[in-house]
Design a protein around this ligand. Sequence first.
Ligand code: ADP
Length: 248
Amino acid sequence: MAPLVEVKEVSFKYGHLQVLERVSLTIEPGDFLAIIGPNGSGKSTLIKIILGLLEPTEGEVFLFGQDLRHFHDWYRLGYVPQKAAHMIDPVFPLTVEEAVSLGLLSRKRFPRLIGRADRPAIKKALETVEMAPHGERRISELSGGQQQRVLIARAIVSAPDILFLDEPTAGVDARGQDRFYGLLNQLNQKGLTIVMVTHDISVVSRFVTKVACLNRRLYFHGSHEEFCSSPRIRELIAGEDHIIVHRH
Ligand code: ADP
């Protein structure tokens, strides 16, 4: 099958600051890919480039075989951003259902109204993340783990082919995290391709199928088995916050 995402020799600068350097990466259907690297290593920037939110300084990105510059089917990509605090602001009291319905806007044309016809999709997304009984509640009243599951529901309500998550468990307690990764695993087993950005190497453990190590450049991209069986990688990651292995 053709790759869902192809990043080809992408570089990016914020002003003079080189954040990404000639990064090439392919995401295949069914992957559960963890993009790992220390803080400031360019992980969020790479995701934002793939989502068309930032334009690469050099290089190209193809989504579903199409040049990103001509791509319009954004509903096929779900995104759980790192900073979704505006969704959870107690001053802006969004209910769970309202928050999830926002995820449908990318499928709509003007006038982008949410109507009765959208209810089954919203219900299904909430059922998937086991939040259906909480649809009427304010997001601000929920626990960190519950809020995170609502954000997933919002990202999957448009039935995307691929789900991107940026540091998804910040502010979620250990029990909430287990449940959260269990949910991601289930979605992946059902065929959803998942790309998760994290600086926490321990989450790479159980469910991911592939790992990419980024620190401005891509230092490793391969299967989870290869990643785990490389003593050099383990050693370096255990010892330091910096990933300095060259495998490409
Ligand atoms: P990560 O997600 O790996 O923590 P980022 O992609 O967020 O890394 O950031 C990479 C680098 O780019 C960091 O040095 C960060 O300070 C810088 N950076 C991020 N966003 C901006 C911005 N809007 N303007 C200038 N520099 C930025």
